[in-house]
Design a protein around this ligand. Structure first.
Ligand SMILES: [Fe+2]
Ligand SMILES: [Fe+2]
Length: 319
């Protein structure tokens, strides 16, 4: 349902619904109740503790396909999460059972045929449930972790994206069977027509839900992931530098620095001794003192220390 108007914070909430009644479904998922009078989108969102920008992003995207990925920086991840989680609840606990009842009422008289149709619907419902439960079990906790600054080592949004498939094949099949093969009297025909409307609506809704996940949620998660990765690297570096200064007792001597520089360039104790015109035993003593001062024992660790503290340039190190 495109109308090409990009809604803004100052628009009246009621005008959004008048223009696009589909927005009603989003309202519930954002936790916005009806009864907002003549308030603007911004006022209504604030009354309901919903981030206005995120609300408008989802609404404009679902109505007009309008979304600029550069804007994902400004999205509120908690609001987006709340929206997606509530959408699942709405879908699993309300929409699927409601359509089931309606369908059952329309086909119940068909005995065997009706039972087969219900089986097909139940299979579809099971698939959707499996899809959503996976997201609730894996993706949502992962994103909540990211929001709290924790990066998981065994899950990421690329893994999610790879497996985020479609779930509506069985529903399409069901629609086709009803449309093409189910004969009936007027009453049943009316019931089936009403059910089909709901099924089409349900299909659109689920498609949009998946689209919001793929095109808004996934890029926003990627952004969050890279921000956390960067801040973890920065934290590690600063703690390494801090540790170096703190635990030294005193700063490394120039000779110790020279030993580190030689070590990270791949020299053996003997080569370092020759290079610095000192004995191998003195090199070993320097190395022991360096390890004690820095609490870094491996060459790999010393290499990182040397790069971070500007003793060597990363290009001169054999990685
Ligand atoms: Fe979902
Ligand atoms: Fe999904």
């Amino acid at each position: 349902m495109k109308n090409n108007k990009v809604y803004e914070a100052d628009d009246q909430m009621i005008s959004l619904i008048r223009d696009n009644y589909n927005v009603l479904q989003s309202l519930g998922s954002f936790g916005i109740n009806l009864g907002f009078g003549d308030k603007t989108v911004d006022e209504t969102c604030k009354d309901n503790n919903v981030d206005t920008y995120t609300f408008l992003t989802v609404v404009n995207f679902t109505i007009n396909d309008y979304f600029n990925p550069d804007d994902s920086e400004k999205l509120s991840m908690p609001t987006l999460m709340q929206y997606l989680e509530a959408s699942h609840v709405y879908f699993l606990d309300y929409q699927l059972p409601t359509i089931r009842k309606q369908l059952e009422d329309a086909v119940i008289q068909d005995d065997g045929l009706g039972k087969l149709i219900m089986n097909l619907y139940d299979e579809y419902a099971r698939e959707v449930k499996k899809h959503m439960k996976y997201e609730e079990r894996m993706l949502f906790p992962y994103v909540k972790g990211l929001i709290n600054g924790e990066a998981s080592s065994n899950y990421d949004v690329t893994t999610f994206s790879k497996h985020h498939g479609q779930t509506d094949t069985k529903l399409k099949e069901l629609k086709n069977i009803i449309l093409k093969y189910l004969p009936g009297d007027t009453l049943r025909n009316n019931k089936l027509t009403a059910t089909l409307y709901c099924i089409y609506n349900n299909e659109t809704w689920l498609g949009l839900h998946a689209k919001v996940e793929d095109e808004i949620f996934v890029p926003a998660i990627r952004r969050l992931e890279s921000r956390i990765k960067q801040s973890n690297v920065a934290k590690n570096i600063s703690s390494m530098v801090f540790k170096g200064v703190q635990e030294n007792g005193n700063i490394l001597s120039d000779r110790e620095k020279e030993v580190i520089i030689s070590l990270v360039q791949g020299m053996s104790n003997k080569e370092i001794a020759d290079h610095l015109f000192i004995s191998t035993n003195t090199v070993i003593t320097h190395r022991r003192n360096i390890a004690r001062k820095l609490q870094i024992h491996s060459t790999a660790g010393l290499t990182i220390y040397a790069i971070v503290n500007g003793l060597v340039d990363i290009s001169s190190v054999k990685l």
